[in-house]
Ligand binder design. Structure first.
Ligand code: KIV
Ligand code: ZN
Length: 568
């Protein structure tokens, strides 16, 4: 049967997903919203929830050792608020909290946070866990969403408010002995699934909790407004926040905290717009590890600010180390395209991008000033990367990429006609390979093509003598196939003399038409590279390259290489 015969084709190839199963999220009515005109100008209070939300979402939760490694990393990058676990729900978490308190591992400017559900037994156990800490954020939560009230708890609004306020009263009562013993206790209340909660109800329950806890302007409590499951576009989260903040009776006694998840892939966008809408604090994890599609990625959040000239108040300069420890503790690889941290995020394979980066870098290196390099939103060196790794060569790359690699890895800058000759060789090689060519492979191809060129001639050795004013004589031994022959000539310098000898002895018509020589590296082991072109009687041009500790040897080798290329 002929598959292309129209009579055998189906009438339509169109297929439909069951989109009718889903309903659109209702936007917030806030025509006088102000957040779109706001600009993020300073870092929020960061709170890492890696050791709780992140850990809860792992196939293999962190071992005590891994928790400690992650804790140390969070301190190292400058995290000042860290949710260390759900101690009433997990013995490992309980033991970890005890360990960092008893071993005095919490710096004075760092506050631990512990999660707890609105249940008396869990509240007392949590208080036990944090006893002896200098400052603690007691994170109380219950779900307030319309759906969960109906299908999970079977409670009306007033019952849910009572649940939250009773629990707050219990936290107040059971933390009193801690306070008496000198621990500062901050309450954080999360109406879980805030984004799926009626806004007026969210305000009502948060206000009721505040009334029981009794925060002041000086001693605020934290209201954490989670997008537990991301359900709408990020602008809607911002509207929900601006609405909430406008309607909360005692906003000045609350720190408004954001806690987004990434179900629609816009957890970071939602958090950024949430900050524009007036929030003060952000909870999230390194690289966004967390339930389902993850939490808000604090690294990207902070680096986004950094790239706008804002102090992120996190120290992320050794990104490879942060990645390595996060991967080790979570056993989840950081994606090669992970913003600011992935292996490929500062790499250009495309020829036009490589060219633009090269030119942009030249301007930045020469003129300084604010970072402005095409295709590189930040300087990779700021996160422990290297400018050298920005350009990698595959079949999509052009001569710019090859020139970049030779310049930056080997210190060799090629004249443009030579580059034009070399570039198709690399193109062909990478096509054959169907993949990337590493710098060493590019170099080896260069050596094979221009330096150690297969051909009839080989330089054995030579002597140079002065034979008069500005006249030098060269006696060189070369092999031609299996024969060793003497080449002698005179000229104004060694190259002239060698060329004269070659022309005479070998009857090789050749002119040196281009010549450049420079040091490849510095110090005792310094090598010179000579890049030279000869022409024959028909004006064909042949490049040859020589490398040696002696500038004369490098030049002679380059001539031999050029002649061999001619004979190839
Ligand atoms: O995602 C969420 O809602 C949470 C709460 C416990 C804050 O993790
Ligand atoms: Zn969460």
């Amino acid at each position: 049967m002929n598959a292309k015969n129209p009579s055998t084709m189906p009438a339509s190839t169109e297929r439909r997903m069951p989109f009718h199963k889903y309903k659109p999220f209702k936007p917030v009515s806030l025509p006088d919203r102000t957040w779109p005109d706001k600009v993020i100008s300073e870092a929020p209070i960061w709170c890492s929830v890696d050791l709780r939300d992140g850990n809860q979402a792992l196939i293999e939760p962190m071992t005590p050792n891994e928790k400690m490694k992650m804790w140390d990393l969070l301190l190292e990058i400058g995290m000042k608020e860290i949710e260390v676990g759900f101690p009433a729900a997990s013995q490992t978490d309980f033991d970890f909290v005890r360990q960092i308190i008893e071993e005095n591992r919490i710096p004075d400017d760092v506050t631990i946070q512990v999660l707890c559900q609105a249940r008396e037994d869990l509240i007392t156990r949590t208080c036990e866990a944090v006893s002896g800490a200098k400052r603690v954020i007691f994170h109380l939560y219950n779900s307030t969403s319309t759906l969960q009230r109906k299908v999970v708890f079977n409670m009306d609004r007033q019952q849910v408010i009572k649940l939250a306020t009773d629990a707050t009263a219990l936290v107040k009562r059971y933390t009193q002995p801690l306070r008496d013993a000198g621990t500062e206790v901050v309450l954080e209340y999360s109406p879980e699934s805030y984004t799926a909660t009626e806004l007026d109800f969210a305000v009502e329950i948060c206000d009721a909790v505040m009334k029981v806890w009794g925060p002041t302007v000086e001693k605020k409590m934290i209201l954490n407004l989670p997008s537990t499951v991301e359900m709408a576009t990020p602008n809607i989260y911002a509207d929900q926040l601006e609405w909430f903040i406008r309607h909360l009776p005692e906003r000045d006694k609350a720190i408004i905290s954001l806690h987004t998840h990434n179900d629609r892939g816009t957890g970071i966008a939602a958090t950024e717009l949430g900050l524009m809408a007036g929030a003060d604090r952000v909870e999230g994890t390194l690289f966004g590890n967390g339930e389902r599609t993850g939490n808000c990625d604090l690294i990207t959040m902070a680096m986004n600010m950094f790239s706008q000239g804002i102090d992120p108040r996190l120290y992320l300069s050794d990104m490879p180390r942060i990645v390595a420890i996060a991967e080790e503790c979570t056993k989840i690889p950081v994606h090669v395209r992970q913003p600011y941290a992935g292996e490929l995020v500062f790499t250009a394979f495309s020829g036009s991008h490589q060219d633009a980066i090269r030119k942009g870098m030249a301007v930045v290196n020469k003129e300084g000033g604010a970072w402005e390099v095409p295709y590189l939103p930040i300087d990779p060196a700021d996160v422990g990367g290297s400018y050298r790794e920005t350009v990698r060569v595959n079949s999509q790359s052009g001569k710019g990429g090859i020139a970049f690699v030779l310049e930056n890895f080997f210190g060799v800058s090629l004249p443009r006609p030579l580059l034009l000759e070399f570039s198709p060789i690399i193109q062909k090689l990478s096509e054959q390979r169907s993949g990337e060519l590493k710098p060493d492979e590019i170099w080896n191809a260069f050596v094979k093509e221009f330096i150690e060129v297969e051909g009839p001639y080989k330089l054995v050795d030579y002597d140079i003598r002065s034979v008069g004013d500005n006249v030098q004589a060269c006696d060189a031994r070369i092999t031609v196939g299996d024969n060793k022959i003497e080449v002698s000539g005179e000229g104004s310098g060694p190259i002239d003399a060698f060329v004269a000898g070659l022309v005479e002895t070998l009857n090789e018509p050749l002119n040196v038409v281009e010549y450049q020589e420079y040091a490849l590296n510095e110090g005792k082991e310094a090598q010179a590279i000579c890049i030279l072109a000869i022409t024959d009687d028909a004006h064909n041009k042949y490049y040859g390259v020589g490398i040696s500790q002696s500038t004369v040897t490098a030049a002679f080798k380059s001539i031999i290489a050029a002649i061999n290329r001619k004979w190839r």
